[in-house]
Design a binder for this molecule. Structure first.
Ligand SMILES: Cc1cc2nc3c(=O)[nH]c(=O)nc-3n(C[C@H](O)[C@H](O)[C@H](O)COP(=O)(O)OP(=O)(O)OC[C@H]3O[C@@H](n4cnc5c(N)ncnc54)[C@H](O)[C@@H]3O)c2cc1C
Length: 475
C-alpha cells in the first residue's frame, strides 16, 4: 500500500531531473512532485539560442537512436512527429594537414583497414603497427584501464592519437588514457571478448549494423526539428500540465534528514526557505550533489567530489552559403589534439539537419578538453577568430562571418576515470542506504542523453518502491 499525496523533490531540471519527474508522475499520478532548478531555465545542457536569425542548439544537438529512451521520451511529450535523423552520416578527420574522410570504426578501432589506408589518416608505419593486432593473443580485459592505454598497446600510438582520441573526445572532451574502458565502452569490451580481438570486433560491428544490401538499418542518431532543447521544454510543459511544480531560480542549498523525510533549504542565501518532503531525487551535477550529501551521506559525497569535469566552449557561427568552401562536406570533422589546433571538432549543422537549411550555413566548433583549458582563457572575440582561422584552413571557408555566439560550458562533461564503476557503486550504496533518497544524472550511468534518461528512470523507480516500503511500515 502506498500513501496518496507523498511529496517528492527533484533537484535539478536538466534532462535527468525532467525524466525523473516524468517517470514519477507516470507511475504515481497522486504524488506531489516539485522540480527545483537553480538556474533561470530548465534543460541544463539542453539549451537553445539564436544565430544568424535561426534557433539553434547551444548544447546537446543529437541523441543516440539505437537506444530507445530519448526517442521514446520525445514521443511521450508530443514530439514524435518532430524526431528527425541527420541528413548525412559522413564525417571527417582534420589531421596531417588535410581534411580526410573518417573510415568506419568502432569508437576509433578501425573496422576496415583498406578504407583507413585510403583516408591517409595514419602514416604507413602507423597502419602497419595497427594491422599487427591480428597476430596478438586475446586481450585480458578483466581489469579496468584507460581506453587509450589499451588502444595504444594493441593498435599503436597513431590509432590512439588520430582515431580514438578525437572520437572519445567528441563524447567526453577527455583524455583517452584516463577514461575508463569498463565505464565508457562496455559494449566495445563485450564485442572484443566475443570476437577475441579489437580489429575483429570492429569488423564484426560493421557487419552487424548493415543489412545484406549494405544499407544502414537504423540511423545511429536522432534530433528534434527546431532543436533538441525542445525536448526539455516540452517535457517541462507537460509536467506542469500534470500538476508538477517546476520552480526555476530555485537553488537547493542544503539537504538534511527531517522528521519522517527530508528537509531542503531552497532559494537565494538571503531568502532561504525550508521545504519538507517525503523523498528526494538528486539530479544535479556531481559537485552540487556532493555538497548536498556532505552530512547525510559522506561516503557518496566524497566519491562524487572526486569526479572531475571537462569545461568547453562552443563557437556557433553563421556564414553565407556562397562563402562555404568546397571541402565543407558531411556532418563535420574531428581534430586529433596531437595536431595542435584550437578547435577539437566542427559540426556543419546546416548539412547535418535539414530543418537548419536556409540562406545561412550554421557551423559550430568546440574548443577545450579536460585539463587542456588554456584556450578557454581567451575572450569571446579571440575564440571566434581562432575558430574561423582553423575553419578557413581546414575547409576553404571564405568571406566574413554573418553572426557568431560563444557558449561557455564550465563543468560540461563528467570524466569517467579508471575505476568509475566502483565509484558509482559506492555512491549508489551510500545513497540507497537512506530511505527516500535517490541519485541520478550524467555523472553516474552514462553521459549520452538516452543513458541519462534510463538512469533517471531507475532512480524514480527506486523512490517509488521506497515510498511504498515506508508506507507499509506504518501501522
Ligand atoms: C556542449 C555539450 C554538447 C553535448 N552534446 C551531446 C549530444 O549531442 N548528445 C548527447 O547524447 N549528449 C550530449 N552532451 C551530454 C548531455 O547533454 C549531458 O550529459 C546531459 O544533458 C546531462 O543531463 P543532466 O540532467 O544529468 O545534467 P545537466 O544538464 O547538467 O542538468 C543539471 C541541472 O541541475 C541544476 N542544478 C545544479 N545544482 C543545483 C542545485 N543545487 N539546485 C537546483 N538545481 C541545480 C543545473 O542548473 C542544471 O540545470 C553534451 C554536453 C555538452 C556540455
Amino acid at each position: 500500500m502506498t500513501s496518496s499525496g507523498d511529496r517528492v523533490a527533484v533537484v535539478g531540471a536538466g534532462i535527468a531531473g525532467l525524466s525523473v519527474a516524468h517517470a514519477l508522475v507516470a507511475a504515481r499520478p497522486d504524488l506531489h512532485v516539485t522540480l527545483y532548478e537553480g538556474s533561470p531555465a530548465v534543460g541544463g545542457k539542453l539549451r537553445a539560442g539564436e544565430v544568424g536569425g535561426m534557433t539553434v542548439d547551444l548544447g546537446a544537438d543529437s541523441m543516440l537512436n539505437r537506444r530507445p529512451e530519448g526517442v521514446a521520451l520525445a514521443g511521450a511529450v508530443g514530439l514524435g512527429a518532430d524526431v528527425v535523423h541527420p541528413a548525412t552520416s559522413s564525417a571527417g578527420i582534420w589531421t596531417r594537414g588535410a581534411l580526410r574522410p573518417l573510415p568506419p570504426t568502432l569508437m576509433g578501432i578501425p573496422a576496415d583497414l583498406g578504407a583507413l589506408a585510403r583516408s591517409g589518416i595514419l602514416t604507413s608505419s602507423g597502419l602497419g603497427r595497427a594491422s599487427l593486432e591480428r597476430r596478438l593473443p586475446e586481450p585480458d580485459l578483466s581489469e579496468d584501464e584507460g581506453v587509450g592505454v589499451l588502444m595504444m598497446r594493441r593498435l599503436g600510438r597513431d590509432v590512439r592519437d588520430r582515431l580514438v582520441e578525437p572520437l572519445l573526445g567528441g563524447v567526453y572532451a577527455g583524455r583517452s588514457d584516463e577514461i575508463s574502458l569498463h565505464a565508457a565502452l562496455p559494449q566495445v569490451v563485450s564485442a572484443i571478448r566475443t570476437h577475441g580481438g579489437l580489429l575483429s570486433a570492429a569488423r564484426a560491428s560493421r557487419a552487424h549494423t548493415r543489412t545484406p544490401a549494405g544499407v544502414d538499418e537504423l540511423p545511429v542518431f536522432a534530433g528534434i526539428r527546431g532543436g533538441l532543447a525542445r525536448l526539455a521544454h516540452k517535457t517541462a510543459d507537460q509536467l506542469e500540465r500534470q500538476g508538477v511544480r517546476v520552480e526555476c531560480n530555485a537553488m537547493v542549498r542544503e539537504l538534511t534528514r527531517g522528521p519522517g523525510g527530508w528537509r531542503l533549504a531552497v532559494g537565494p542565501t538571503n531568502r532561504l526557505r525550508q521545504v519538507e518532503v517525503d523523498a528526494v531525487v538528486l539530479a544535479a551535477p556531481a559537485p552540487a550533489s556532493a555538497r548536498l550529501l556532505r552530512e547525510a551521506a559522506p561516503v557518496a559525497a566524497g566519491e562524487l567530489s572526486r569526479i572531475e569535469y571537462a569545461s568547453l566552449a562552443l563557437v556557433t557561427m553563421a556564414v553565407r552559403a556562397s562563402d562555404v568552401g568546397t571541402d565543407l562536406v558531411g556532418s563535420g570533422f574531428l581534430v586529433p589534439p596531437v595536431d595542435g589546433r584550437v578547435i577539437k571538432a566542427a559540426t556543419f549543422s546546416s548539412y547535418k539537419w535539414e530543418w537548419m537549411r536556409g540562406n545561412m550555413v550554421i557551423i559550430r566548433c568546440s574548443i577545450g578538453r579536460h585539463r587542456d583549458e588554456r584556450d578557454l582563457q581567451r575572450d569571446d572575440a579571440e575564440l571566434v577568430d581562432a575558430a574561423v582561422s582553423d575553419l578557413r584552413e581546414a575547409t576553404g571557408l571564405r568571406g566574413p562571418l554573418q553572426d557568431a555566439i560563444v557558449t561557455r560550458w564550465g563543468g560540461a562533461l563528467p570524466q569517467y576515470a579508471v575505476g568509475h564503476l566502483d565509484r558509482v557503486q559506492l555512491i549508489e550504496h551510500s545513497v540507497e542506504a537512506l530511505p527516500g533518497l535517490a541519485i541520478c544524472g550524467a555523472a553516474l550511468g552514462g553521459v549520452g542523453i538516452p543513458a541519462v534518461i534510463a538512469n533517471a528512470q531507475r532512480a524514480a523507480t527506486r523512490v517509488i518502491a521506497q515510498l511504498g516500503a515506508v508506507e507499509t511500515m506504518k501501522p
